[in-house]
Write a protein that binds this ligand. Structure first.
Ligand code: ADP
Ligand code: MG
Length: 477
């Protein structure tokens, strides 16, 4: 509290305090102002960058943390600063992604800073986040990221099995476990799941999860505070160390070096290490060759892009989580088919639909989905065109394209035509009238009828159902 330091003392100190000393004082002040957990989780991870004009600039390890601090604690942090150094009038918190090139950092906005993430960040409130175990230097764990909530499919089964093995066994089977795969495919989810499961099974084990960026930040600040010994000690003293997004240490030479020492020390002492990156060890450009080769010594598990079934499974699970919202099955199929980039985006789309439906109080229909998600769908458009569908369907059913587009009503062309219309409705964002026009100038009611008819037939005609699944797959990869 302010009174603890006293106004007089504060003014005295201020005269000849270095900014590092001021920062230490600010931290002391804040430590007494917050309860211990809040201080540990939110304030302690901050680093001082500098005092610029009358503004104290600090760095937080993640964007999420920065936003949260600015909207919840900026007033208290500012008043701490004003107590210690009355010349400080304002504060700012930046996201640190390279201590040495902080200026570049602010312009280098993370690629996934999309609206969805903002929504997601906003949804995470303080009570949904907790700090793992007793350790005070790991990152926050998302309580939603557990094994139970992870949907397993062909693309991620190896990574999932390996993660479970690590979580459920004290003995080290493969060291390190290296998970790699593109953005939004579940690497972080699996690592958090390992931490949760391990914590439940072996509460006595010291488990630490953090991003490579946070690792670097802690390393740099240990140098700054001339405390590298305790940095080394704490990192070498864990049973399970997980470092996420390792690609971040590329070209950061001293961090890389320190990481390698930590890594070797842990492996030598049979402590489990789990790493993730957006690419395989051998493709980690900017990381020294000897480190890269060592990273591949354990088990390297690749998470592949999702397939249609997995996406549908994930959506179904999410739908089960909101039983109060009525969602037509075809909506889930449509989303699984149309949004293939990554799971994060898929979840974002789903959440948007749920929010929309809750707001207007109506069940989620295909029509509504296409309307609400217009922009997202366009971005995800795999450019399946009406022409392409017509060509492939004619090909598949072995009829002439001209017949498919003609007015002939013979069953062997009429049914494929309906299938083609049905697929156009589901796989493109074209309206019914414009699909009709593409089929020899037919009326939109004809298209509507075709879509309905095929929908019905899919339930009863298993041969047709097979045909459609096959065609859908052709277009979805
Ligand atoms: P990465 O770390 O690989 O970029 P994340 O682990 O952050 O990806 O996953 C992005 C989002 O997708 C998270 O909300 C996560 O829960 C979800 N997700 C990814 N894969 C799955 C899956 N197989 N089952 C359920 N949710 C998943
Ligand atoms: Mg991640």
């Amino acid at each position: 509290m302010a009174s603890k330091l006293g106004q007089q003392e504060a003014t005295e100190i201020q005269v000849d305090m270095t900014i590092d000393t001021q920062w230490t004082r600010v931290l002391e002040y804040l430590r007494s102002d917050f309860d211990e957990n809040t201080f540990k989780s939110w304030i302690k991870p901050l680093a001082l960058v500098n005092i610029d004009e009358n503004r104290a600039v600090m760095a937080a390890p993640t964007r999420f943390m920065r936003n949260w601090l600015m909207s919840n604690f900026s007033g208290r942090i500012k008043s701490a600063w004003c107590q210690i150094n009355p010349e400080v009038r304002d504060i700012d918190i930046i996201v640190l992604s390279g201590f040495k090139n902080i200026d570049e950092e602010t312009s280098e906005q993370a690629p996934e800073s999309k609206a969805e993430n903002k929504i997601k960040d906003n949804q995470k409130t303080a009570d949904t986040i907790s700090v793992i175990g007793e350790n005070d230097f790991g990152a926050l764990l998302d309580p939603r990221f557990t094994f139970d909530s992870f949907v397993v499919g062909k693309s991620n089964e190896l990574a999932y099995a390996a993660a479970r093995r690590v979580a459920e066994n004290k003995d080290v089977n493969f060291n390190p476990l290296f998970l790699h795969g593109g953005v939004g495919l579940g690497k972080t989810h699996l690592m958090h799941a390992i931490a949760w499961a391990n914590r439940e099974r072996f509460p006595e084990r010291k488990v630490v999860y953090l991003s490579a960026e946070q690792f670097m930040y802690q390393f740099v600040s240990s140098i700054r505070y001339k405390d590298t010994m305790s940095f080394k000690r704490k990192f070498r003293n864990v049973d399970l160390l997980m470092i996420d997004d390792l690609q971040f240490i590329a070209n950061k030479n001293s961090t890389q070096e320190e990481f390698f020492h930590t890594f070797n020390a842990l492996i030598d002492h049979h402590r489990q290490v789990v790493l993730s990156a957006d690419r395989s060890p051998s493709n980690l450009d900017g990381v020294e060759e000897r480190i890269r080769s060592r990273l591949g010594w354990g088990l390297v598990a690749d998470i592949h892009p999702t397939d249609y079934e997995l996406r549908l499974g994930i959506l179904q699970q999410k739908a089960n989580g909101v039983p109060e919202v009525e969602i037509q099955r075809e909506v889930l199929e449509f989303l699984a088919r149309r949004i293939s980039s990554n799971v994060r985006e898929l979840e974002g789309a789903f959440n948007r639909m749920v929010a929309h439906s809750t707001l207007i109080g109506r069940p989620i229909t295909l029509e509504m989905t296409q309307e609400v998600l217009q922009d997202l769908l366009r971005a995800n458009d795999r450019r399946v065109t009406v022409d392409e569908i017509q060509r492939q369907v004619a090909d598949y059913f072995n009829i002439k394209l001209a017949d498919l587009l003609s007015a002939r009503r013979a069953r062997q062309v009429a049914r494929p035509r309906q299938v083609a219309m049905y697929l156009c409705k589901h796989l493109t964002s074209k309206s019914l009238p414009s699909i009709g026009r593409k089929f020899g100038g037919r009326d939109h009611t004809t298209v509507m009828h075709a879509v309905k008819r095929i929908d019905e037939l899919r339930q009863t005609d298993s041969v047709l159902e097979e045909d459609i699944l096959h065609l859908e797959r052709m277009f979805s990869t």
